[in-house]
Design a protein. Sequence first.
Length: 285
Amino acid sequence: MNKKKITIAVVLVIIVAGISGILFYMCYHRWDNATCTTAKTCSICGKTEGEPLGHKWTEATCEEPQICSACGEAKGTALGHKWEEATCEMPKICSVCGKTQGEALGHVLEEYTVVKEATCSEQGEKEAVCSRCQKTIVETIDKVEHTPGEWEVKEDYSISAQAIITPGKQIKKCTVCNKELESKEYTVELSTSQRNAVLKAYQEIQNWHCGRDFLINDVLVGFDGYSIEDATFAVDHIDVDWDYQAILYAKENGVGESESQITEMMQYYGFNQDQIAKALKEIGY
């Protein structure tokens, strides 16, 4: 009985071996690609073909060992950083890869020398020598505050022929650099006598075509009876071109008159030399 079992087992082994041999030599291979460590291999019969691909090692760095770029396997250890000490202006830095660590030490500055004084329009400069690295460090000094002056008139208010006021403009400037710091509108409340003097000044200038001082003193004060204060206020705030008034006077009164006679008359009516010269040029003198 035992001999029979042994005989059967031997036969089975022979059969399996034969089948395997047949499959080995007659297999329709299903190839798995070669890897870094294994050759091309049939997944059915295990047969191999060719050689393993072999690792493709990258160079080790400060922080990583050699690594196969194909399969990712690592070999050896990282090289490690080669640190250069931090300085006043640079943090600790690796001389191999350039990686930094920490912060720069910063300059040690003690006694400053003012190179340029700060003003309200320009920054100043100061310098000091670092006791650690001996470098001369220049720093800026902030501008100083402006020094405001008093309010002053930039554009005076004016009064129309209907006694309507157009506000003027006042500004406040720095007394050091002259920069305009603030601005605001300003106007005035007219008294009855001021309002009437303004209306009368507009009427009289159309009649007389005279200069400023004559309109104030001779016309408004002398003929119309206004106070010198109201007359001056009115004339200084009406909208009038004195050069043009001089030209109108010369055209209306200069016919048949000599240059010296016209000049004398215009002086009497309150025109200044500049206004007279422009008017004479206009009428041909």
